[in-house]
Design a protein around this ligand. Structure first.
Ligand SMILES: NC(=O)c1ccc[n+]([C@@H]2O[C@H](COP(=O)([O-])OP(=O)(O)OC[C@H]3O[C@@H](n4cnc5c(N)ncnc54)[C@H](OP(=O)(O)O)[C@@H]3O)[C@@H](O)[C@H]2O)c1
Length: 315
């Protein structure tokens, strides 16, 4: 508990909410401002994004990006692994052509897959992603995981320090505005810090009330590294996770007149994290965006964290 509260306190120091991503039309036509956070390289990331893993069949993806940007999303998270970059690119092209946003209003993340970890593979892999996305640059490029693999998925003996050199090269070439990691622990981040010029701007990890990740988050914040929280709703699918009828969660949701999913997102935002909920449903996309008009108390954040069992849904 002490550790958790100090993480919250640390967040208050770290969390440089530096601006707003404009007036976006949210649910029911009301304005939703998505605040941004300044990264350690000076760039700004909207503090809630759209996840796109398992985004469904092809026509749905393009449509979902159109709905998302219309609803107010500006931050979209994809990966080479998700095999949806080309369709996401068509959606982005649609919203740019419609004049809904300019390219610089969007924050697009993609990720380097494990089978492209050799230093000389990184820039070509990013160029391939960019070509599918139809973009000149991504806002954030992440090493998807510290584990290198061969194309057949078997382990490859490539140190992620070498991969990071390729990431630095990609940033130098202007192909990625910011670079970061995903699924890295503190020791791995510290090896990068000790041996490289650029400190990762972001670590993207699984966080929800059954996997609260206090230590990694505290360590990232101490190193001025922002944390993007994936699988924010993983809570309910975790082994032994609570049901949506859990009275503690339900009473918090009822107090604010919000859904349980909205409380789960607000819980992450209160902790200084950047959730990236995935939805292809237009109403649920809007619901997930409508989380900027209420706050949880520190006690409610602690209540949500009390479900922690360090359970990863991917573990
Ligand atoms: N770096 C990594 O290794 C890694 C790993 C996993 C995920 N990620 C990223 O994180 C994103 C989010 O994680 P995730 O896709 O695992 O899961 P998630 O966002 O926690 O949950 C998505 C599920 O929740 C449903 N949902 C969304 N909004 C809802 C709402 N308001 N009420 C009820 N149900 C709702 C979605 O269904 P509908 O679509 O039907 O609404 C979908 O089934 C991914 O899409 C991906 O971009 C990264």
């Amino acid at each position: 508990m002490k550790l958790f509260l100090s993480t919250v306190a640390l967040f208050a120091l770290f969390n440089v909410i530096s601006g707003h991503a404009g007036h976006n039309h949210g649910p029911g036509g009301k304005h939703v401002n998505i605040p941004t956070k300044q990264l350690n390289d000076g760039n700004h990331i909207p503090i809630l994004g759209l996840g796109t893993f398992g985004f469904g069949d092809i026509p749905k993806i393009r449509q979902a990006i159109n709905w998302a940007v219309e609803a107010g999303y500006r931050h979209i998270d994809t990966a080479a692994l998700y095999d949806n970059e080309a369709e996401i690119g068509k959606g982005i092209s649609d919203v740019l052509k419609k004049g809904l946003v300019k390219r610089e209003d969007l924050f697009i993340t993609t990720k380097l897959w494990n089978d492209k970890h050799a230093k000389n593979q990184v820039v070509p892999a990013l160029k391939e992603s960019l070509s599918k996305l139809g973009l000149q640059y991504v806002d954030l490029y992440l090493i998807h995981s510290p584990e290198a693999s061969k194309e057949d998925g078997s382990p490859a003996d490539i140190d992620y320090l070498e991969t990071w050199q390729g990431m630095e090269e990609a940033q130098k070439l202007g192909l990625a505005k910011s670079i970061g990691v995903s699924n890295f622990d503190t020791e791995q981040i510290d090896r990068i810090k000790a041996h490289s010029k650029v400190v990762p701007a972001v670590n993207q990890i699984e966080v929800h009330p059954m996997n609260t990740q206090e230590k990694t988050i505290k360590d990232c914040f101490e190193r001025n590294i922002a944390v993007v929280a994936y699988s924010p709703f993983g809570f309910f699918v975790s082994r032994g996770g609570p049901s949506k009828d859990d009275p503690k969660i339900k009473s918090i949701a009822q107090k604010y007149g919000k859904s349980i999913n909205q409380v789960l997102l607000r819980y992450l935002i209160e902790r200084g994290l950047i959730p990236i909920p995935k939805s292809t449903n237009q109403n649920r996309m809007k619901e997930n965006l409508d989380v900027f008009d209420f706050h949880l108390t520190p006690e409610e954040v602690s209540t949500m964290s009390s479900f922690n069992t360090n359970t990863s849904i991917f573990g």
